[in-house]
Design a binder for this molecule. Structure first.
Ligand SMILES: [Zn+2]
Ligand SMILES: [Zn+2]
Length: 174
């Protein structure tokens, strides 16, 4: 697999820095799993269930972003069920907003009408960004209140969350 994933395909943790990634049997870096889930080519907890990983992820999210635990559970379950370890395939994420492109209706369109493999339908239409002047900061300001409202987190935590989940995306990578 040559493409690096921007989130761990087991637990959904954002993979931002080199040390966030797990390792393969030969010591090279895993391109899709985090260091907590995956070491030397195998899962650290081979018997981990979806529910177990979801609960663990929910605890972390709840602590990191001051999110009510029930909200964190729903968020984490929705997020990690699309990941490779659980769905058997890597759903690409929109490289602008981070939304999983799980079905064709999620994908944006190119000039010739074909589906974009990089961007979602909200961000990208007919080969162009729907909001071409959007910067990473304005995008964070735009999505954070929606997230804050949905997940009942304080607005500064919501901004941090959007930043963490989107800073690895190619539209915003410096
Ligand atoms: Zn992980
Ligand atoms: Zn998008």
């Amino acid at each position: 697999m040559s493409e690096k994933s921007n989130v761990c395909q087991s637990c959904g943790m954002p993979l931002l820095k080199g040390e966030d990634f797990g390792t393969e049997e030969n010591g090279s870096t895993s391109s899709i799993y985090c260091t907590y889930c995956y070491q030397q080519g195998s899962f650290t907890d081979k018997n981990a269930s979806f529910e177990g990983i979801a609960e663990h992820g929910a605890q972390i999210m709840s602590q990191m972003f001051s999110m009510p635990i029930e909200k964190a559970r729903t968020f984490v379950i929705d997020h990690i069920k699309t990941l490779y370890r659980w769905s058997g395939r890597i759903a690409p994420s929109c490289q602008s907003c981070g939304m999983a492109l799980f079905s064709d209706t999620d994908a944006g369109t190119e000039h010739d009408g074909t589906l974009s493999s990089l961007y979602c339908t909200y961000c990208y239409q007919n080969g162009e960004f729907t909001e071409p002047d959007l910067t990473h900061d304005t995008m964070i300001k735009k999505y954070a209140p929606i997230l804050a409202n949905q997940l009942e987190v304080p607005s500064d935590k919501a901004e941090e969350m959007v930043r963490v989940f989107t800073s690895g995306l190619s539209r915003w990578k410096k």
